[in-house]
Write a protein of this length. Structure first.
Length: 169
């Protein structure tokens, strides 16, 4: 109820009604779940020679999509520490020149999952290896304007924002 009261204090009743309808529609699509709260993920755009590293997902939500390496942020971990850990676990690469990028709001309706995905932009030393072959079939380099499809939802949402990791280098 607090969210609705706060929202009402800043917006008129019509917008509140629209907000409540949208939230109810989303809850109906997601179905019952406990807890049904957003989680925090970290996606790492590793840039090299005008390309980004993507892997073909084999497990969990987003199976069959192309995704940057990354994963769930652990309790007490910073986004940059999460990025270093996940990249080493998944690709055996060591990150350099890391910086925080934008975030995406990603609702995987069919999987009943909601993630806030923090983007980290980095460079890396070494060549990527599929360290978790049960989760990722392969790692490949792609030009930002020539990404494969289908894309993992956070990457798709990042592209919709108009973000380009090479514009801010």
């Amino acid at each position: 109820m607090y969210i609705h009261e706060a929202y009402r204090s800043y917006h008129n009743d019509k917008k509140l009604d629209e907000f409540q309808k949208t939230m109810n529609t989303l809850k109906n699509k997601l179905g019952p779940s406990e807890p049904n709260r957003p989680r925090v993920g970290v996606g790492v755009l590793i840039c090299r020679d005008g390309k980004v590293l993507l892997g073909k997902r084999l497990a969990a939500h987003g199976k069959g999509t192309w995704s940057p390496p990354g994963g769930k942020m652990e309790f007490g971990e910073s986004p940059l520490d999460c990025a270093k850990r996940e990249i080493l676990e998944e690709t055996n690469l060591h990150l350099t020149h890391m910086r925080i990028g934008p975030y995406t709001n990603d609702v995987f309706v069919s999987d009943n999952l909601h993630y806030i995905t923090l983007c980290v932009i980095a460079e890396a030393t070494g060549e990527p290896k599929a360290m978790e072959p049960e989760k990722c079939a392969e790692w490949k380099w792609f030009a930002w304007n020539e990404l494969p499809s289908p894309l993992f939802l956070p990457l798709e949402n990042l592209k919709k924002q108009g973000f380009d990791p090479f514009e801010s280098l």
